[in-house]
Design a protein around this ligand. Structure first.
Ligand SMILES: Nc1ncnc2c1ncn2[C@@H]1O[C@H](COP(=O)(O)OP(=O)(O)OP(=O)(O)O)[C@@H](O)[C@H]1O
Ligand SMILES: [Mg+2]
Length: 253
């Protein structure tokens, strides 16, 4: 029995170095179930590196990453994905020869001993098709289902990436600059979709430079500067935090 629900995601003093360069220094961070948390900071602050460590793309130099209180720190990335962490990429990564619809079919987890070799069968599996339809409708991508994903406008490509990540029913979604390059209306649509996903039980950690978007969406913010956590708190606290204004928001001011 647990009296207190563990955080969905917990980073405990995670450090990542490249050669002698500290990209992350003892970063501790938590995302509670059904929480939307923002990770912000100037260019090169270590935000994407944080995602790469969480997903197993990079191995932490030291420290621990826990999903629902289970350490995933030294797991390979496919295991971490299967455990329930899905992500999108700062530089969109879609297959050049696949339609939107096909992206949603191949995004679904393999099941059964021969699943890996039976990719074409997934295209006729009713459960897989039903799930893809559901996600397609949720993201409002029905009109472009048969278009090659890479031929779509930038904002729609980002949406396809998010849809693909959601298709596998993750517990935690990591979004690396989800509204970069989107206009206000497109970003507003994404914000609404994120809130609906949260209501369904998803936890979200997102990186974003668009301050208005972050401030309107996130329950908690973590601010990185040169790989060091310089502040954490609610958006209204972060907005007036002197260290943050100095390191980050001050740049624009
Ligand atoms: N594979 C790598 N090899 C060497 N250095 C790296 C590698 N990945 C990241 N870094 C370095 O780590 C630091 C943090 O980079 P990171 O991409 O995490 O920043 P970021 O906060 O996502 O920045 P941006 O807002 O520009 O996307 C930078 O100094 C970067 O050059
Ligand atoms: Mg980045």
């Amino acid at each position: 029995m647990t009296l207190i629900t563990p955080p969905r995601l917990k980073l405990d003093r995670v450090t990542k170095t490249f050669g002698g360069v500290y990209a992350l220094t003892e970063l501790s961070l938590e995302v509670a179930p059904r929480q939307i948390v923002g990770l912000i900071g100037p260019n090169g602050a270590g935000k994407t590196t944080t995602f790469n460590v969480i997903t197993g793309a990079y191995r932490a130099t030291s420290g621990t990453v826990l999903l629902d209180a289970h350490a995933v720190t030294s797991e390979p990335s496919h295991r971490i994905a299967r455990a329930g962490i899905m992500r999108t990429f700062q530089n969109i990564r879609l297959f050049s020869d696949m339609t939107v619809w096909e992206h949603l079919l191949v995004a679904q987890p393999h099941t059964g001993p021969f699943a890996r070799r039976l990719l074409p069968m997934r295209f006729s599996n009713p459960h897989v098709i039903e799930r893809a339809e559901e996600v397609l409708e949720f993201f409002g991508l029905g009109d472009v289902r048969n278009r090659l994903a890479r031929s779509l406008p930038y904002g729609l490509q980002r949406k396809v990436e998010m849809a693909r990540a959601v298709t596998a029913r993750p517990k935690l979604l990591l979004l690396d600059e989800p509204v970069a390059g989107m206009n206000h209306d497109e970003a507003e649509t994404i914000r609404t979709l994120m809130l609906r996903l949260r209501e369904e039980g998803l936890s979200i950690l997102l990186i974003e430079h668009d301050m208005a978007f972050v401030m309107n969406l996130c329950d908690q913010l973590y601010v990185l500067d040169f790989g060091v956590l310089i502040a954490q708190g609610r958006p209204d606290e972060i907005r007036t935090n002197p260290a943050v204004l100095d390191a980050y928001l001050g740049q624009a001011a």
